[in-house]
Design a protein around this ligand. Sequence first.
Ligand code: BTN
Length: 243
Amino acid sequence: ITQRCFYYNEIPSTNAFLLKHSEELSSGDICIAEYQSAGRGRRGRTWVSPYGCHLYCSMYWNLPQGMAQATGLSLVVACSLVKVLNSFNIEGLGVKWPNDIYLDNKKLAGVLVEMNGQAGIECHLVIGIGINMSMSKSQGDKIDQPWSDLSQSRSLPSKTELATALQHQLYEDLTLFEKEGLSAFLARWKQVDIFDGEKVKLLLGDKCIDGVCQGIDETGSILLKTDKGIEAFVGGEISLRSA
Ligand code: BTN
């Protein structure tokens, strides 16, 4: 692999760094930091990013076909992450649509896909991944949802091992996604989807929709069986709760 790795001890956000330099990057380049002073999470939230044992990693990807595919892409990233963690014998993993990674039903890792560019034209994508590797109690107390980390795993990979494996797996999977789209990942998604067949509440703005999860469609929208039949919902402003 000829992709570059920009390594920082301290940085505001690895995602922000790659977005700022996107004109000079090639697909597969990554940025890793030991500490983020302004780590970003989904929906404008902060990603708590202390020094120590966590992985903060972003990858640049140039998507020539435009932005339409970005929802599906974030599900591919979740599949890649699970495959890498499985390769280190980490078990008990699942994905909560669209791309939160759970270990023993508590959040282990998050994915934030951000972009520069306009629909239909070349699009600069940055895929940010944060993995809790070993969380201290005081760090964990700052997180506003149930979390897990890798410290109980039988074999804990080093940060370098994890980042290298992720860079390779993401490169392979995103290349496949560009060629074949999300259909190449539907079987893998079904294996990791924790809500498949479950009753859920879907929060859409201030509306709350009850339904049973029926997996995803070829665009990455979630399918819910509701009173009205099977309906598809796009990512973004939706959050999912067990009913
Ligand atoms: C989420 O809210 O679930 C997504 C969290 C994504 C965090 C990662 S850490 C590396 C990269 N840089 C950031 O500022 N955020 C992402």
